[in-house]
Design a protein around this ligand. Structure first.
Ligand code: MLC
Ligand code: AMP
Length: 450
């Protein structure tokens, strides 16, 4: 089956991909994407400015038709992050509105093992790394979700998530294009936009759901939907409960990573358990291990490092033009998350093993890259960045800085201008010194915001 099967197989439907600024039928999308494919055929790798617009969807679809790996560049990326992504990937940046003429000839389907996407994502230190994801992984991941969520061509998916991550792009765009559902992209994931856009499935990160839960009229407008899906970060139990009360249905939670796609989920026809992310999707196996790698019991209480195995795993990280395979342990990918699993297979994500990976508004941000950027400001001598629990964002990026006299706003703008805007610290504490241990390492646990 072709990766974007519905584009080739489904009967056309008017306005199958819709944004507030326009719409495309499947036929129009296929023609325009085939035009893009013809204009980039043979390129080793391309990049696109992933603005939330039809043009991005056309360009990504064209690259997938051509079998050319594509790097979606965050549209709010500052100079340093943009330069890093383009230099590291070696990709040519195509304009979002690549003015290619429509074409009638669709290229032959590339091999399933071909790289489809390179998604840049943060590690604990250093600049973001390019995660290489194959067509086969995307196909397997979407088919597993189709089963778990009973996601069919009868559905209309609504979301307004960014188009440079797994959630908004792989699930939120490639899902409808493979499975045949409609897609309404609201450009921004606001409560008002979701409430005014009819659909059967709504995707959001917990920050989106928490804002909807705080807007009862908007939440009630989603009552007719078939599925409200939350992922990318922990959904607070009070938000789960508020959504259930206001919409008459409990949200479906699912868990995943850029490197693994979605691996664990609640099912459309099954239980939805607050504070839990569900059971492994078909084809995925999971296990908990201790620090030494010994397998731990799945008794619902024992906390261990979560590892996953299956067909949705990354090919590797892009490195100097090569794909460096991930550090798998006998085929198991170490997620970096700590979890419990109960005898029925229900997973509860307890947190991350490292405090240096922050999840803010559903975005993954490495403390190291924010610290490195702050240190490039001439007034800054030392910097330590942490994620502080936050009711709206999950975690709020908070910086502790030893510096010559400088305003917090200047440092925030300095980071926002160099990295993606959402990587900016929302709060900067100017301090006399950072707490360090005898080895000179910053003791982040001792940083307090009082
Ligand atoms: C603010 N802005 C600035 C600025 N401060 N611009 C420049 N300099 C500054 N100092 C601007 C921003 O550009 C933006 O402009 C506006 O202010 C608001 O920005 P914000 O405050 O950062 O937005 P916020 O409301 O906090 O966003 C919340 C959110 C967002 C939920 C909408 O965090 C979001 O879209 N999250 C989704 C993340 C996601 O998709 N993650 C999936 C990862 S995949 P403007 O013009 O834009 O309004 C994954 C796998 C899986 O995790 O399991 O799914
Ligand atoms: P990213 O690579 O940006 O996709 O981030 C992946 C990380 O997001 C995971 O390692 C988890 O820490 C977190 N995550 C994703 N989904 C969930 C979820 N449903 N609950 C808790 N954490 C999640």
């Amino acid at each position: 089956m072709r990766l974007l099967a519905s584009l080739h197989e489904s009967a056309d439907r008017a306005g199958v991909v819709v944004t507030p600024h326009g719409s495309l039928s499947r036929h129009e999308l296929l023609g325009r994407a085939a035009g893009v494919a013809a204009s980039i055929a043979g390129a080793p790798i391309v990049a696109v400015e992933a603005v939330p617009a039809l043009s991005t969807i056309v360009t990504v679809t064209g690259a997938l038709l051509a079998g050319v790996p594509i790097v979606p560049v965050p549209p709010d990326a500052g100079v340093s992050e943009r330069e890093h992504i383009l230099r590291d990937s070696g990709a040519t940046l195509l304009p979002a509105g690549l003015a290619a003429a429509s074409a009638a000839t669709v290229p032959a389907e590339p091999a399933p093992s071909t790289a489809a996407l390179v998604l840049y994502t943060s590690g604990t230190t250093g600049p973001p790394k390019g995660v290489v994801i194959s067509r086969a992984a995307i196909a397997a991941g979407l088919d597993a979700l189709a089963g778990a969520w009973q996601w069919t061509a009868e559905d209309t998916l609504v979301h307004g998530l960014p188009l440079h991550h797994v959630h908004g792009l792989v699930l939120g765009v490639l899902g409808p294009l493979r499975l045949g559902s409609g897609l309404a992209h609201t450009v921004k994931p606001t409560p008002a936009a979701y409430a005014s856009t009819p659909g059967t499935m709504y995707f959001g990160v917990p920050t989106v759901w928490s804002r909807i839960a705080a807007d009862p009229a908007a939440a009630r407008a989603l009552a007719p939907a078939r599925l409200l899906v939350s992922g990318s970060a922990p959904l607070p139990v009070p938000v789960f409960d508020a959504l259930a009360a206001l919409t008459g249905q409990s949200p479906v939670e699912r868990y995943g990573m850029t490197e693994t796609l979605i691996t664990v989920s609640a099912r459309a026809d099954g239980e939805r358990r607050p504070g839990h992310v569900g059971t492994p999707l078909p084809g995925i196996t999971t296990r908990l291990v201790d620090e030494a790698g010994a397998v731990l019991p799945t008794d619902g209480e024992t906390i261990g490092h979560l590892q996953v195995k299956g067909p949705t795993l990354l090919d590797g990280y892009l490195h100097g033009g090569d794909v460096r395979p991930p550090d798998l342990v006998d085929g198991w990918f170490p997620t970096g998350d700590v979890a419990t699993v109960d005898p029925g297979g229900w997973h509860r994500i307890v947190g991350r093993a490292s405090t240096d990976l922050i999840k803010t508004g559903g975005y993954r941000v490495g403390a190291g890259e924010v610290e490195d950027t702050l240190l490039r400001h001439p007034a800054v001598h030392e910097a330590a960045v942490v994620g502080v629990p936050h009711p709206d964002l999950g975690e709020q990026i908070t910086a502790f800085v030893v510096a010559d006299p400088v305003g917090a706003a200047e440092l925030i703008d300095f980071v926002a201008g160099r990295l993606a805007v959402h990587k900016r610290p929302r709060v900067v504490h100017l301090v006399d010194s950072l707490p360090r241990n005898a080895m000179g390492k910053v003791q982040k646990g001792l940083l307090t915001t009082d």
